[in-house]
Design a protein around this ligand. Structure first.
Ligand SMILES: Nc1ncnc2c1ncn2[C@@H]1O[C@H](COP(=O)(O)OP(=O)(O)OP(=O)(O)O)[C@@H](O)[C@H]1O
Ligand SMILES: [Mg+2]
Length: 308
């Protein structure tokens, strides 16, 4: 698939000398949903802000739809809708005018049908004449999304769109994001909710301390996650895996008090029955059995801790 955003060797060092992005390169494919995961301060907002032209890069380059974000800023920016992390809307303005005005900022001619469709999709139509300050927090967040969609962007950035949003609204937002994707919009979202990335994304990127540690198709990640570890606690500790068990791909755990066996939950045969039979044959007495499921959360924590 063709990429709509190309990020090459992007580095951002803020005025105080802090490097928030460190040599990030990434191709974002047209029509995909990419979720960026990372702890607080990882550089997610800095990355998004740089692509949107709100933060000046220190070095490297970014193109959006083939337009360089520095030399061809207007063309690049016109393709982008941004839902910022911080809620920034004019408190005394009415919802519908806020949305109309945002479209006008991008030089698009008025389109009342589009504005209505956006407000309806976000369940804001019955609030269209309310002033922004009269809205709840979750509704304000939806107004930010309405603004971002007002000029029919081809790329939508959602910087923590579901922070402070209740469960049912979160579901609605996910449905909306999917509909947008079906219409060909490319979506990049940041989130602290790993299950959100799991549910929504086509690809998942993990960022920590300004570095992109991993970008992987979710399906492939989940396949790796389909692995489980069986932990076999032994009655008598071992100093080594007995030769008779060498074909089982075992590891010694807990100073020899346990054995670990990695297996694929999706495989036809897990090999557990045969392993247990062979353990008995080798004269080992099993005290207890336990399985550990790897999850996206563990992969994520593992990566971030490794990088600490
Ligand atoms: N304007 C600024 N000047 C100096 N440092 C900044 C500025 N903006 C962000 N930073 C620093 O850059 C780092 C990355 O911040 P950023 O907001 O990109 O993180 P984030 O991944 O979005 O975090 P969060 O999950 O908390 O939103 C942080 O250490 C932050 O303090
Ligand atoms: Mg942020």
């Amino acid at each position: 698939m063709a990429s709509i955003i190309s990020i090459r060797n992007l580095t951002k060092t803020y005025a105080g000398g802090f490097t928030a992005l460190d040599d990030v390169s990434l191709e974002i494919e047209e029509g995909e949903i990419l979720a960026l995961l990372g702890p607080n301060g990882a550089g997610k907002t800095t990355l998004i802000s740089t692509i949107c032209g709100l933060v000046q890069p220190t070095s490297g380059s970014v193109t959006v739809g083939g337009h360089d974000i520095l030399t061809d800023y207007r063309a690049a920016r016109s393709l982008i809708g941004l839902v910022p992390q911080e809620i920034t809307i004019e408190p005394f303005e009415r919802v519908i005018n806020t949305t109309r005005f945002s479209r006008g900022l991008f030089g698009k001619s008025p389109d009342e049908a589009h504005i209505e469709a956006v407000l309806r999709a976000l369940s804001l139509w019955d609030k269209k004449d309310s002033r922004n300050r009269e809205l709840s927090g979750g509704m304000k967040r939806r107004v930010l999304i309405a603004k971002a969609l007002s000029h029919e962007p081809r790329v939508l950035f959602l910087d923590e769109p579901t922070a402070g949003v209740d469960v049912s609204l979160r579901r609605d937002m996910w449905a909306l994001v999917r509909r947008l994707r079906d219409d060909g919009v490319t979506i990049i979202l940041t989130t602290h909710y790993i299950e959100e990335a799991e549910e929504m994304a086509d690809r998942i990127g993990v960022i920590n301390k300004g570095k992109l540690l991993l970008v992987e198709e979710k399906a492939r990640l989940m396949k790796q996650l389909g692995k489980k570890k069986l932990v076999i606690e032994l009655h008598d500790p071992l100093t080594a895996i007995p030769a008779a068990l060498s074909e089982h791909n075992l590891t010694l755990l807990q100073d020899g008090r346990a054995i670990g066996y990695d297996y694929d939950t999706q495989a036809d045969r897990t090999g557990i029955a045969r392993l247990l039979a062979d353990l008995t044959k080798a004269g080992l007495v099993v005290r207890d059995l336990e399985t550990e499921q790897s999850s996206l959360e563990q992969v994520f924590m593992g990566l971030v801790e490794e990088d600490a």
